[in-house]
Write a protein that binds this ligand. Structure first.
Ligand SMILES: [Zn+2]
Length: 577
């Protein structure tokens, strides 16, 4: 073939190629108008092939085109809903990477103790509630944290109050107040009496009862010991009829879902649900009553897991609202309550290295159940010892099943790491499912607990993990923190503590990293990156629209950003009034 002919064919092919492109766009638009079109936006797509766009078109629950506003106008027909977002910022819907849906809902039904300035204020909140309660009714509250109070209670044991004041305002009503971390509770004397707990009661496995010098319980129960009191509360719930019990749980789910939607969250990774919780989610998905998409980790004892796990592998159920294919276990507790399991003793409690909550053998057995049944496995590990033990278990089980390559097992929190363990995340393909906002809310007292060396080497080391090639996710652990992604995104890019100082600035995420951590990385952590986490044709139309461009505005304007719209599967589920 002569050069001139080649050239001529080349031009022809180019012309045909352009025409084909034009026709495919036109044909796509001619397949019928879109159901929803968003125009005039600043869209961060998180799609590497087209990172920025102005507009997109949705048919049913799927994105069919992304482009400039003029590219997308041909999709507008008589029946199309057109959302002119007038320069507002749009992005893939936030995916909450680790939260507790039912607990979030329940926390909305309990006394809110998150902003109490000190213990005296909590006592007076309880006193008010007792006045309105029926005789003997349980008084529930949540969100207290002794490190956030403006004064130490008096008297106090290890920084925690003793129970005199609470007993005085509530002699007849049992009181159960959950710590912000979820890893401790406070129970008054009436609650302990109903639970049959006294000075003879010994600490259960994986738990601890805080005691005075005479060995009397003071009211605080850590981790595995919480169950002693919760059992008594659950017995009171067991007296509800099945219909009342379901209504109670539905109310919690609905409150949680509404909270998520109003904050721009379109998908939620639930970090520990029972089979009973899952039955309700399934029912609600079937009735089309589940406003967000859920991806759930099962938390049950091994015996119950072994007999039911096969039946509970649920993928893309009910318009892709519900997926269950992960198992959750707890290696340790939390740093705030000195129950994170550390390799070396706490700097401010030298007699303790924390707590192992579920035993190594139990977790190993559950890991084998997960791998055999093609489930992901997610272990809660905060302390450096807990993280090491978890990585050891993963390594052992992966060796037993050399054929299984892509497992995407996760460590939930991965909060305090020994430097030697950081590269193991990448080597083993283990995902670090972390919570940026824990860094900034706990930052003020982290060095008190573990000292400067361990803080610098291994506390919330997002960059160190990314640099070795590990995937870092982001979430809030709600109700431990507000499910709102905006303060969490801000924490990821600033690591700024309440006093304005910055907690080890070299570990901050860039805005691009923070956006990916909250979208595509979270989707990847659930095997959902083909349908979620970026805005491109063929993916689910889960979209969050914000009042400000969080990728470009000055850092201190990020916290003032509002959610304008939350769209799930092409439907507007929340709109700011
Ligand atoms: Zn959690």
């Amino acid at each position: 073939m002569s050069i001139s002919i080649k050239k001529r064919y080349g031009t022809l092919f180019l012309a045909l190629f352009i025409l084909a492109g034009f026709f495919s766009l036109a044909c796509n638009a001619r397949e019928g108008p879109a159901d929803l079109v968003i125009i005039n936006g600043k869209i961060a797509t998180v799609d590497e092939n087209r990172p920025d766009a102005e507009a997109l078109a949705v048919r049913g629950d799927i994105i069919v085109a992304v482009g400039s506003s003029s590219d997308i106008r041909p999709y507008i027909g008589h029946t199309t809903k057109v959302l002119d977002i007038k320069g507002n910022f749009a992005m893939p819907g936030f995916i909450e990477g680790h939260g507790h849906l039912t607990l979030l809902g329940r926390s909305k039904m309990e006394l809110d103790l998150t902003t109490a300035a000190n213990w005296d204020e909590i006592v007076s909140i309880v006193k008010d509630a007792v006045r309105k309660a029926r005789p003997g009714e349980w008084i529930l509250g949540t969100g207290w944290h002794q490190e956030k109070w403006d004064k130490t209670p008096s008297p106090s044991i290890e920084g925690y109050p003793s129970d005199e004041a609470l007993n005085a305002v509530s002699p007849q009503n049992p009181v159960l107040l959950t710590h912000a971390s979820g890893h401790a509770i406070f129970a008054n004397a009436r609650a302990r009496e109903m639970a049959g707990v006294n000075r003879e009661t010994s600490d259960p496995q994986g738990g601890r009862i805080l005691r005075d010098p005479e060995a009397n319980p003071t009211g605080v129960f850590f981790d595995g010991a919480e169950g002693l009191i919760r059992k008594a509360y659950d017995e009171s719930l067991a007296r509800l009829t099945p219909r009342e019990a379901e209504a109670h749980s539905r109310q919690a789910v609905n409150l949680a879902v509404q909270d998520c939607l109003s904050k721009g969250v379109t998908s939620f990774q639930d970090a520990a649900s029972s089979f009973k919780d899952i039955d309700l989610y399934k029912k609600m998905a079937q009735e089309q009553n589940l406003g967000i998409r859920l991806w759930v980790m099962i938390h049950e004892d091994n015996q119950s897991l072994a007999s039911n796990i096969g039946r509970y592998r649920i993928v893309d159920f009910g318009d892709r609202r519900l997926t269950v294919r992960a198992v959750k276990k707890f290696m340790d507790g939390a740093l705030g309550s000195h129950t994170a399991w550390m390799l070396e003793p706490y700097s401010d409690l030298p007699e303790s290295t924390g707590l192992n909550v579920e035993s190594i053998q139990e977790i190993l057995d559950a890991a084998r159940l997960a791998i055999k049944n093609d489930f992901q496995f997610c272990v809660h590990a905060i302390g450096d010892r807990a993280n090491r033990e978890t990585l050891d278990i993963y390594e052992t089980v992966f060796k037993e099943y050399p054929g299984r390559k892509v497992l995407r097992w996760r460590i939930e929190h991965a909060q305090h790491l020994n430097p030697a363990d950081i590269p193991r995340f990448a080597r083993l393909g283990v995902i670090a499912s972390m919570q940026a906002i824990h860094c900034t809310s706990d930052g003020p007292w982290v060095t008190k607990r573990i000292g400067a060396k361990r803080s610098e080497e291994g506390a919330y080391v997002w960059q160190k993990l990314e640099r070795v090639g590990a995937t870092v996710m982001n979430g809030t652990d709600t109700p431990v923190e507000d499910v709102n992604p905006i303060p969490n995104f801000y924490a990821a890019v600033t690591r700024k503590l309440p006093d304005g100082s910055i907690f080890y600035p070299d570990q901050r995420m860039s805005r691009e990293e923070a956006l990916r951590a909250y979208t595509i990385n979270n989707a990847y952590g659930a095997f959902e990156e083909d349908i979620k986490g970026s805005l491109k044709p063929g993916k689910l139309a889960d979209i969050t629209i914000l009042s400000k461009d969080i990728m470009k505005i000055p850092e201190d304007e990020i916290p003032g950003t509002k959610v304008e719209y939350t769209i799930v599967g092409g439907k507007i589920m929340y709109q700011r009034q």
